[in-house]
Design a binder for this molecule. Structure first.
Ligand code: G3P
Ligand code: CA
Length: 272
């Protein structure tokens, strides 16, 4: 078992428990909650008729039985697709019939609104890390719709001195800047695939509060994590699936691990 650090590392289910169930489906998120994940990660995109849906890729081709760009499809078009059949059904959890629910609803397109409802009804605290995908294409509409929806759930203006149940993540500093301008107390996570030279000292772009380096940065530049901490930033690392990477994150004292395998990571951390 991995030696626990002083603080509890938050375990975040990446696209849900996406190793066990099709990513971004209700099945994957319900499994993650059942497994004990502290938080859920999701990517959001706007449909042609302005709904925020949880889909990673620009197109639906990889994760559904349909074709086309999310931005060119309406919610009703997406609702007619199956987002589960691309995965081997033998891997899907078998707990759904016991709840009197139909398998179809577990693998249809998931709106962010439905995911917010799921989290609200979880019966325990489950946080949500929402990633805006390709927000520049929509010139602020993604953030506007997102904040509007969060407001409906009373989640857009968390108390500044308490941990927020929701945070917004992005590779786009501009997207996070827009969010921070409109919702100053909502935490934002700046995602990084590499460390840009102007940020090497541990600073983050304006409007970004938390650092979100990929695991490759952590493996190759562990000293950078210490710099981020010294600069006063929490560090949320993605996507951490291998036990040795979990160990590394623990040694470096990161605050959150984003993983496709929440149950295995929780077990490694001695929390199951
Ligand atoms: O949690 C951040 C991570 O999800 C970013 O990469 O491609 O999986 O969205 P991606
Ligand atoms: Ca993501």
């Amino acid at each position: 078992m991995t030696q626990a650090r002083q603080h509890t590392i938050q375990v975040v289910a990446h696209r849900g428990a996406s190793e066990d169930a099709p990513e971004h489906t209700l099945a994957a998120y319900m499994k993650a909650i059942e497994d004990g994940a502290d938080a859920l990660e999701c990517d959001v995109r706007l449909t042609a008729d302005g709904h925020l849906v949880c889909v990673h890729d620009r197109r639906v081709n990889r994760t559904s039985n349909g074709r086309g760009a999310v931005s060119a499809l309406e919610l009703a078009d997406l609702a007619a697709l199956d987002f589960g059949s691309w995965r081997d059904s033998a891997e899907s959890p078998d707990w759904d019939p016991a709840r009197g629910q139909t398998p179809g609803e577990f693998t249809s397109v998931l709106t962010l609104e439905r995911l917010l409802e799921l989290v609200s009804d979880a019966g325990r605290r489950v946080e949500l890390a929402i990633e805006t995908k390709h927000p520049t294409r929509w010139a602020g509409q993604v953030e506007e719709r997102l904040l509007h929806l969060l407001k409906r759930f009373g989640l857009d203006a968390p108390a500044a001195d308490e941990p927020s149940p929701v945070r917004v993540m992005s590779f786009s500093a501009r997207s996070l800047h827009r969010v921070a301008a409109a919702a100053p107390t909502l935490p934002t996570v700046y995602l990084m695939q590499f460390v840009s030279p102007r940020l090497r000292d541990g600073r983050l772009p304006a409007g970004s509060h938390i650092a979100g380096p990929g695991i490759r940065i952590v493996r190759n530049h562990p000293g950078y994590i210490a710099r981020l901490h010294r600069a006063g930033h929490r560090v949320h690392v993605w996507t951490v699936n291998e036990p040795e990477d979990v160990d590394l994150c623990v040694r470096l004292g990161v605050e959150a691990i984003i993983t496709n395998r929440p149950k295995q990571v929780l077990a490694q951390l001695g929390r199951l």
